[in-house]
Design a protein around this ligand. Structure first.
Ligand SMILES: N[C@@H](CCC[C@H](N)C(=O)O)C(=O)O
Length: 307
């Protein structure tokens, strides 16, 4: 993969940046200054860690479709499905649009499939994201239940497990476990991800409470499998832990790829997430198999001039 330089006359080459938030990794594409469209099967190929670029999610930066918003943020899982939210991706998104000089704002408002979120660039690569107000109403998650509860019992694989159901824009199931190292993430994760009670599937978090201010978490992500970190999963886990009376309003969550600080002041309040965003490399590629970069998005702005 060569390092990219704009204006090289590369024709249909697609420029991208490889980034990660605590090891949850992304291919990030600027679809404002270059045309971009990929079919799900091509996203699956590119996400492959042996035959492609390798990533958990593809993040696409588009022009906004709403007033008072700076960008539209689109997210595709490694399996090619488009989803509503990605917390670690949101931090990388903020860092990307600043590094690419698509904005010079410190507070950036972005439109996701489930509403507007606010990203605040901090010092030393840290980004704070206002992830919005969590949703616990079952049909809005969506989760099949007669009434809203803090803990539901779910039958899976011949056993009964207890979980909390929370939407952070995307659906999450959270199980409290004694030890994340021995938790059945590889077995229960995929079964619960596709459980009939989560009709849109779900991300499944395994939460270990260390004390009221510290927790450990592993997440089996919908459409990506277990990742080294899941930002929206950390938010959902802290909300579930608070509702269950196990956690305080400010919690340090240790994921396999590093730490996030999550704050939630309770019902009706937004969840705040604080963590790093890291750029790994920039590249460009020609798309194999007939996928072309596509047409400029309908509301696309002309390409920026670089000095
Ligand atoms: N890694 C993400 C979540 C990405 C989307 C998720 N797999 C879904 O399908 O909802 C995060 O950091 O939040």
């Amino acid at each position: 993969m060569s390092q990219h330089r704009r204006g090289q006359g590369q024709g249909a080459a697609l420029r991208f940046t490889k980034m990660h938030g605590l090891g949850n990794d992304f291919m990030v594409v600027d679809a404002i200054s270059q045309p971009f469209r990929l079919r799900p099967e091509m996203i699956r190929k590119l996400s492959d860690r042996n035959f492609g670029i390798g990533f958990d999610q593809l993040l696409v930066v588009e022009p906004p479709g709403l007033p008072d918003v700076d960008f539209r943020y689109r997210i595709f899982n490694a399996d090619g499905s488009e989803v509503e939210q990605c917390g670690n991706g949101a931090r990388c998104f903020a860092s990307f649009v600043r590094d690419q000089r698509l904005t010079n704002k410190k507070v950036i408002r972005v439109q996701t499939a489930k509403g507007v979120i606010e990203l605040r660039l901090g010092k030393q690569g840290m980004v704070t994201v206002n992830m919005g107000v969590p949703e616990m109403n079952p049909p809005a998650i969506p989760f099949a239940a007669d009434q809203q509860k803090t803990v539901y019992t779910v039958e899976v694989d011949g056993q009964t497990v207890e979980l909390s159901a929370v939407s952070m824009g995307n659906p999450h199931g959270v199980l409290v476990v004694d030890n994340v190292d021995t938790a059945p993430v590889e077995t229960l994760g995929p079964l619960l991800e596709s459980h009939p009670r989560f009709p849109a599937k779900a991300n499944i978090g395994f939460l270990q409470v260390i004390d009221r201010k510290r927790a450990r978490l592993r997440v089996y992500e919908r459409g990506a499998g277990e990742t080294l970190a899941c930002g929206s999963g950390a938010c959902a886990a802290v909300v579930a832990g608070c509702l269950r009376g196990l956690l305080d309003s400010r919690v340090e969550v240790e994921l396999r790829g590093g730490r996030l600080v999550i704050e939630w002041q309770g019902e009706g309040a937004p969840v705040m997430m604080d963590g790093p965003a890291t750029t790994v490399f920039e590249g460009q590629m020609r798309l194999p198999g007939g996928d072309k970069p596509g047409r400029r998005p309908k509301h696309g702005k002309p390409a920026r001039k670089r000095s």
